[in-house]
Design a protein around this ligand. Structure first.
Ligand code: NDP
Length: 396
């Protein structure tokens, strides 16, 4: 039996709370976030008196340490924002607590994310006999576990990896983001980047795009963007000659994004407005729809998977492994849309894998370094079934 502390009471935190509460391996559950009332709402929605709540500023190591010392969790599931990764990891080290997250660290004042900051914690976690599991959402997360599964069972060498992420859902709003708007807009307005023949190739934002066909959805224009799991996957699978990440965007979304950037609303540096310092992108977040609120009218599916080309027993083969998730089904179960659902289910399952002793290690691990079999055996029954296809046209 294990005690778990969930930090962050947004869309993803809501799903994690539902899934953790349904898992008997967790004897005690604490949900803590900046705004305690949001934790209380989630705890009431989950019901059963399973979830305790607390207020914490996760930017403050001392507040986190105080909370961890009083609750004494075995593992923290960090589903706050990427800005808080390092403070939470510091507090875990101080209190002897294991760690899991779904997004790599990003400094507030620089729209840049990479694993170096968190990989630098490896020796300290190892010395303390603690485990940190990085990137255990869907992408990163299941995308890397799919790759690990392909490498273990279907390929001697993976040569070409394309992660394809389609959201064919319609929420009926002119513009909204599916997860935290600040993090989302920072991510998708970055330059594109992909790995080819041992080097990173940079492109202008959204410069490379092509139509791809997604199962049960059809053709959608897909744009090459940089995504964090590419960095760890090319490190852990050195046979990869090219690794890319594709995400679908509608024209309406891209037009809004362009306008937001052109008028300066995507700026992350502070400006003075009426004598008060504000950060334009944080102000924009305050006026955009809360991603959690989209679920009620969201129809359609997401489809996220890996398209892989490589060699098995001396022969070239292609392979596609994916999950489709329906926004309405996700909403019925947890009151959130599929993007929060597809992130929260793997995070809760990853923590359960740790709690049951199936994923264990000392140090900092990306999920592809852990055994994929049991995780994927359970992912379907927890709400995210997956499909494999062999020797087909990958379009890429
Ligand atoms: P939300 O913005 O909906 O939720 C974030 C939560 O964290 C909010 O409850 C917020 O509090 C809380 N929070 C923010 N700052 C602090 C702080 N300093 N101290 C305590 N709590 C804080 O985001 P999402 O739920 O959409 O996303 C959560 C995480 O999941 C993000 O890191 C995101 O990048 C990641 N993600 C990963 C995906 C994947 O597939 N790997 C996909 C989608 C998201 P408050 O309510 O008071 O603002």
């Amino acid at each position: 039996m294990s005690k778990v502390l969930i930090i962050g009471a947004g869309g993803v935190g809501t799903v994690v709370a539902h899934k953790v509460a349904a898992d008997n391996v967790f004897s005690e559950i604490m949900l803590a976030s900046r705004t305690k009332s949001k934790c209380d709402e989630i705890a009431a929605a989950v019901g059963g008196g399973r979830i305790q709540t607390a207020q914490v500023d996760a930017d403050s190591v001392s507040e986190l340490v105080a909370l961890m010392k009083s609750f004494q969790p075995d593992i923290v599931i960090n589903v706050a924002l990427p800005y808080q990764d390092l403070t939470i990891m510091d507090a875990c080290l101080e209190c002897g607590v294991n760690y899991l997250d779904t997004a790599n660290y990003e400094p507030k004042d620089e729209a840049h994310f990479e694993y170096s900051w968190q990989w630098a914690y490896h020796d300290r976690f190892k010395e303390k006999g603690l485990m940190a599991i990085l990137g255990c959402g869907f992408d990163p997360g299941v995308s890397a576990i799919f790759t690990a599964y392909a490498a273990k069972h279907h390929f001697d060498e993976i040569h070409y990896l394309d992660i394809v992420d389609c959201n064919a859902g319609n929420h009926g709003m002119a513009f909204a983001t599916n997860f935290n708007p600040e993090i989302n807009i920072r991510e998708v307005t970055q330059k594109g980047r992909y790995w080819e023949n041992g080097a990173w190739i940079e492109t202008e934002p959204h410069a490379i795009h092509k139509p791809l066909n997604y199962p049960e959805i059809g053709e959608r224009e897909s744009y090459l963007i940089f995504h964090e799991e590419l960095e760890s996957l090319v490190k852990h699978y050195p046979s990869i000659k090219r690794a890319r990440f594709w995400m679908t965007f509608g024209q309406e979304y891209l037009t809004h994004l362009r306008v937001i950037q052109n008028i300066g609303m995507a700026r992350i540096d502070p400006i003075i407005y009426n004598g008060v310092e504000i950060v334009p992108i944080q102000f924009l977040k305050a006026v955009l729809p809360d991603p959690k609120s989209l679920g009620a009218n969201y129809h359609g599916q997401t489809s996220i998977g890996c398209r892989i080309r490589g060699v098995k027993d001396g022969k070239e083969r292609t392979y596609y492994i994916y999950n489709n998730c329906d926004h309405e089904i996700a909403f019925r179960e947890t009151g959130t849309q599929a993007v929060s659902f597809t992130t929260g289910v793997p995070a809760a399952l990853g923590a359960s894998m740790f709690a049951r002793g199936i994923w264990r290690g000392a140090g900092v691990f990306n999920v592809e370094q852990l055994d994929p079999d049991q995780f994927l055996a359970e992912l379907g029954e927890r709400g995210l079934p997956w499909v494999e296809k062999f020797d087909l046209d990958l379009e890429l």
